[in-house]
Design a protein around this ligand. Structure first.
Ligand code: GDP
Ligand code: ZN
Ligand code: ZN
Length: 595
């Protein structure tokens, strides 16, 4: 027995034993798979640069909008409406925002000269009233411009609304001006400065090259590296109309994608720009479409604080920078190669599947009796037999039985519960093919020496005494040579087995039985073959000869050692052997399960 964790355990290597099938078709399938996988793996290695260690980009962005717009505004002067042209520059229409975003105002509603005080609400369905009872003191709705005082006062003409404490006059609830006041913002340009860093690769760069022509404008095909974008062009690129979006505003994403190859032999690290409309174009009126916010300019007039409220509609540009930088890394290459090795096993899985499914079991149920189609099945069956060794669990109940008038062997794997073994149906198992090389080793050519006068009679006498008498022949016997079992009542059914299923000649009467099983000479030869210096004297070693004879019979009739260990001898053979090599006293222990 080997001890656990000895040096021998460490200094050993286990490998799988393989079966090589010489077959053109399976060889072709194998190579087809191997070439296919190899091509795919190499392709992915090169195109995906799987040999590189990739790192996400870290970046900072800075955007500068340029452009002047002229806006036609209606202003009140001495109670009269007048049209005035107003110039808007960067400071007027851009509002700094947090993060990688900037805002360009395209439309606005102005409420000028607001002072803190009491005034009527702007008339809507909720704020109209006819008397003070329609107004609730202290009430304030989500859309209110101030806190209600509880009074109902005149707004304009006969219209009355609830009075509020707010910035007065309150902002009018009106639709955004159409067309957009700063529609010419379409011509504005934005310069985006983007510095990126791959700290793991110690690499820094920017999207603006030192030799940049500052008068360029980005164009997808003609000038894809220019970082100056015309706002109108951005919208054209996403299929939107700037003039439409300008009315209510919107959100536009400017994506900067860096796919950097930092290997010296194929260095490339330039950004790719693309645009994406980020707000919901299809949103309904009630869901506040577009993009707007309010801000106010505060000032003092005659020592009273006043403000101009501006509801600004416009486009928020979100700059999204993403991408990776990759550089050759031997570890990544090894990991990739390692992860792809399993693909080569797929050929084996596929071919094994073919062999298993197209072996004759499948054929019999699907295409039998079309014999031509079964040809490959027969071959597969052969491969299957060669590669698969099935083992039955060596249970106490496992037994094999062989009848001389049946081609197959029967496997019985159940408790007998009083039924004699002869009558149990069992499961049919094919008889293992005879290996004739083993047979040639048997000393069949050896002739039995002539019997020593006087001795056989003595044995005969002894056996006559101990063997059960042949007059009480059991009813399950078909060969007329079986005898009742000697075992206790409960185990008796195990030995109730004949050499035949149907009536006929007994196997013990065959010439081979006496030559293979009963020949003292052969048995002695076999015992000496195992133990060359074994001293065998006639009497004491009957037991050895008897057990050897049992084994000779089981190996002869069951072929494989796996089956022979669990094989049950028919009663006729058992008693014929015992008669030849009896035990003094005549009490035999019978079959014992080896496990
Ligand atoms: P013993 O010599 O008094 O022990 O009694 P037996 O002549 O019955 O021999 C018992 C030995 O032979 C045990 O090792 C049994 O396993 C084996 N033996 C007896 N009967 C059978 C049998 O039917 N099949 C097999 N395979 N072995 C048997
Ligand atoms: Zn019989
Ligand atoms: Zn028989």
């Amino acid at each position: 027995m080997t001890t656990c964790c000895s040096w021998n355990d460490v200094s050993q290597y286990e490998t799988n034993k393989v079966i090589r099938i010489q077959s053109t078709s399976y060889g072709t399938i194998k190579w087809f798979f191997h070439v296919l996988f190899f091509s795919y793996i190499s392709f992915a290695l090169v195109t995906d640069k799987r040999y590189q260690r990739k790192e996400p980009v870290i970046s900072s962005v800075h955007a500068k909008v340029k452009g002047i717009a002229e806006v036609k505004e209606e202003i009140m002067e001495n109670g009269l409406k007048k049209v005035a042209w107003n110039v808007f520059d960067t400071a007027d229409y851009t509002v700094p925002l947090q993060g990688n975003s900037f805002f360009v105002m395209t439309n606005f509603q102005k409420t000028e000269g607001q002072v803190k005080g009491l005034c009527p609400e702007y008339p809507t369905r909720r704020t109209l009233c006819s008397s003070d009872r329609g107004c609730e003191k202290g009430w304030m709705g989500p859309k209110s411009k101030g806190i209600q005082t509880g009074r109902c006062i005149e707004y304009k003409g006969k219209q009355k609304t609830c009075e509020v404490s707010a910035w007065c006059p309150v902002e009018a609830v009106e639709k955004a001006p159409e067309p957009a006041l700063l529609g010419s913002a379409e011509k504005f340009t934005v310069l985006i400065k983007n510095n990126i860093d791959f700290p793991g690769h110690n690499y820094t760069t920017t999207n603006i090259l030192p030799d940049l022509n500052t008068t360029c404008t980005f164009h997808k095909t003609q000038n894809p590296q220019c970082p100056i974008f015309r706002l109108g062009d951005i919208f054209r690129d996403t299929g939107d109309n700037f003039a439409d979006v300008a009315i209510k505003g919107g959100i536009m994403g400017i994506e900067i994608y860096w796919d950097c190859n930092l290997d010296t032999w194929s260095h490339h690290c330039r950004p790719k720009y693309s645009f994406r409309r980020l707000d919901d174009k299809t949103a309904k009126e009630s869901l506040y479409p577009g993009y707007n916010f309010r801000h106010a300019k505060y000032y003092k007039e005659n020592n009273t604080e006043k403000r101009t409220l501006i509801k600004a509609f416009g486009i928020r540009f979100d700059i999204l920078v993403f991408g990776t930088g990759g550089k050759f890394d031997i570890i990544q290459l090894i990991v990739y190669v390692g992860s792809t090795l399993s693909y080569f096993g797929l050929a084996t899985i596929f071919i094994d599947l073919l062999i298993n499914t197209y072996s004759s079991k499948w054929c019999r149920s699907h295409i039998y009796p079309c014999c031509k189609c079964c040809e490959p099945c027969a071959v597969n069956e052969y491969y299957y037999r060669k590669k698969c060794e099935s083992i039955v669990e060596p249970k106490q109940t496992l037994k094999y039985v062989s009848f001389v008038d049946e081609l197959h062997i029967r496997m019985v794997n159940q408790r007998l519960l009083g039924t004699s073994l002869q009558d149990v149906k069992g499961e049919e198992v094919p008889r293992p093919l005879m290996d004739f090389t083993d047979l040639s080793r048997l000393p069949l050519s050896l002739h039995d020496p002539p019997p020593v006068p006087g001795q056989p009679e003595a044995i005969q006498l002894l056996s006559e005494e101990v063997t059960p008498r042949s007059s009480d022949r059991p009813d399950w016997c078909q060969c007329k040579n079986c005898l009742p079992s000697q075992l206790p009542e409960k185990q008796r059914c195990l030995e109730e087995l004949c050499c035949r299923k149907e009536q006929g000649a007994c196997i013990t009467t065959s010439e081979l039985f006496s030559k293979l099983v009963l020949s003292r000479h052969v048995l002695q030869f076999l015992l000496h073959y195992q133990e060359p210096l074994l001293g065998l004297d006639e009497d004491s070693d009957n037991s050895r000869l008897r057990h050897c004879a049992y084994r000779c019979y089981t190996t002869w009739r069951f072929g494989s050692q796996d089956l022979a260990d669990f094989a049950i001898l028919p009663s006729c053979c058992r008693w014929r052997i015992r008669r030849e090599f009896p035990k003094p006293g005549g009490q035999y222990s019978g079959f014992k399960s080896p496990y």
